[in-house]
Design a protein around this ligand. Structure first.
Ligand SMILES: [Zn+2]
Length: 569
């Protein structure tokens, strides 16, 4: 064959429509050998299978069975000394192929109701394990299964580094198989609403799986969309110790690290981390707490525990959706208060119950660490005092209650091996929405950043969308050119910036911002009294760490920012 592709006419492939037909093949199926060809990625589309006469046949989805990839696989099968079967290739549906690839055929049973092919419980559980393992190993924060009831295929996606991506490996998953899988997996959900998976209602709960020796808590939230259920599963790997995580490596600047460390030294008061879902708040908190002195007694109340913090006594306090156990939290809190701790990590302040717990703990003179959803550090007091949370404004603005407010977000960090100089834009280049922009456009854009922030933009770098060997994570194009994410943050330290609490009290934040914040074109952003997370992101991009185009996408356009800042000042 000498490297030439084996061409194949799809009409010569034999079509298998049922499980019994598959079992009745002569020669019969022995086992899948995709592992021998490093063809795992491909095996959900085309899979090499050893038959009872030792020949090898290719089983694949109709659209792949005669593809170049299948031909290449056939070439490698022959090159390895195998004889191809006659017929050489078979066409079958995705669920059958999946079971075949996983060598779980003996478990297949035919649906008694005659609704077609059903996969056994173990095959479905195995398919789910595949999805979770892939997610954990590729650092995904969420798995999304978007069922489309009007199509034979549905979508499997992951959130990795904040990008919503669809790995090639899980393309063309059968809708029927995914729905069956969700139904089987729902039976393992604890604390969920409903005994059975019901595509028509919103359901939430959590379950545990093991991957590579770690417990993985999977938090299930399903949305009943028009096209079918859309299930989002948050993947929380348990027991990872934040040992290697320090604030600098997470992305905090040297002066921010100094501020945070200073606040951590003073006794009593609250450290609040703000940000959106998935902004890395819990990671930073875990890193901070694991660095506390061993002389401090640290207790955590979390839902669920996300990181194993070696020096802390950790408590999972699940708070169910249906409010059937409102007293569990309160009684746990009561016990915790009597345990003479010096520091407490209070998961997330998100409702009146956690708001009360926060007031309770913060007023008792201990160190409290918590998180809240807020779009900036300046808006944290308003968020805590909102009707949803109900912390008393007078209480919150009492000196020594709020020790530190940090807002953080994560921005993709450029791959240091393949990022491109910013001058590349001047030859004409795409924007983040994929529109080609002229060199003149980019020239003006860079000039405006330079004059607005009074900062040298020549050290900026941009993403190489083709990536390189070091950053081509699992071949997902949305991640090429990046190397994880970096924190950009803004910090307010009320004991030092005393006028901040006054401005909150007087409803005068705009005035505080205009006196303290960076003003466009006024002086260099490097010399600003106080910098927002976006200002800090600009400085990072001038140091070649993040792509300036990603800053706009993450926060707002530089033009909007310029107009807004001009209005404030
Ligand atoms: Zn790279």
């Amino acid at each position: 064959m000498k490297g030439s592709l084996i061409g194949f006419d799809v009409s010569a492939a034999k079509i298998i429509t049922s499980h019994s037909q598959l079992i009745a093949l002569d020669p019969s199926i022995k086992n899948s050998i995709h592992g021998e060809f490093d063809a795992e990625m491909l095996s959900t589309r085309v899979c090499p299978v050893r038959m009872s006469d030792q020949s090898v046949a290719l089983f694949g989805l109709r659209e792949y069975v005669a593809s170049d990839q299948a031909n290449e696989l056939a070439r490698r099968v022959v090159a390895k000394g195998y004889v191809l079967s006659d017929p050489q290739r078979f066409i079958l549906e995705a669920p059958l192929l999946l079971a075949l690839a996983r060598s779980q055929l003996p478990g297949i049973h035919i649906d008694a109701a005659g609704m077609g092919m059903g996969l056994s419980r173990s095959a479905l559980t195995g398919a789910f394990q595949d999805l979770i393992e892939w997610g954990v190993r590729n650092g995904a924060s969420d798995l999304h299964i978007n069922i489309n009831t009007s199509s034979v295929e549905s979508e499997v996606r992951y959130t990795i580094s904040g990008s919503y991506v669809a790995p090639q490996r899980f393309k063309n998953m059968s809708t029927g198989m995914l729905v069956d899988m969700l139904s089987v997996i729902w039976m393992d959900v604890k604390g969920g609403n409903g005994a059975l998976f019901d595509p028509r209602v919103e359901q939430q709960g959590s379950l545990i799986r093991q991957v590579d020796g770690y417990d993985v808590v999977i938090r299930w939230a399903s949305l009943s969309a028009d096209s079918g259920p859309s299930v989002c599963m948050r993947i929380l790997v348990q027991g990872i110790t934040p040992a290697n995580m320090d604030l600098s490596s997470l992305g905090y600047t040297d002066s921010q690290v100094l501020t945070i460390n200073r606040a951590m030294k003073s006794s009593g008061g609250a450290v609040i981390f703000a940000g959106t879902v998935g902004s890395g708040k819990s990671t930073t908190l875990a890193a901070l707490i694991s660095n506390l002195s061993p002389c401090r007694k640290v207790i955590t109340l979390e839902d669920p525990v996300e990181y194993k913090i070696p020096n802390a006594i950790q408590n999972t306090v699940s708070r169910s959706l249906n409010d059937s156990q409102p007293f569990v939290y309160a009684s746990k809190l009561m016990t915790v208060k009597r345990s003479a701790m010096t520091d407490v990590l209070l998961g997330e302040i998100r409702d009146t119950e956690t708001g009360k717990a926060f007031m309770d703990l913060a007023s008792s003179g201990i160190n409290v660490y918590s998180t809240v959803h807020a779009p900036s550090a300046t808006l944290v007091p308003d968020r805590l005092c909102s009707d949803f949370i109900g912390v008393s404004r007078d209480f919150l603005l009492t000196p020594k209650i709020l020790k530190l407010i940090v807002y953080q977000t994560l921005i993709a960090r450029l791959c240091t091996h393949c990022s491109l100089p910013v001058g590349t834009l001047l030859k004409g280049f795409y924007d983040t929405d994929g529109h080609m922009r002229s060199g003149t456009y980019w020239g003006q854009w860079l000039d405006s950043i330079q004059s607005m922030y009074c900062i040298d933009v020549s050290g900026m770098r941009i993403r190489n969308i083709n990536g390189c060997a070091s950053c081509s994570n699992g071949g997902i194009s949305a991640l090429k050119g990046y190397e994880g994410r970096t924190v950009v943050a803004e910090i307010i330290e009320p004991p030092v910036q005393q006028d901040f609490l006054d401005s909150v009290r007087n409803g005068n934040l705009i005035c505080w911002l205009s006196q303290n914040g960076f003003k466009a074109g006024d002086k260099s952003v490097l010399n600003a009294k106080w910098r927002s997370a976006m200002d800090n992101a600009v400085i990072k991009s001038c140091n070649g760490i993040v792509d300036p185009r990603d800053i706009e996408q993450h926060f707002e356009s530089f033009e909007t920012n310029r107009l807004r800042i001009r209005r404030v000042s």
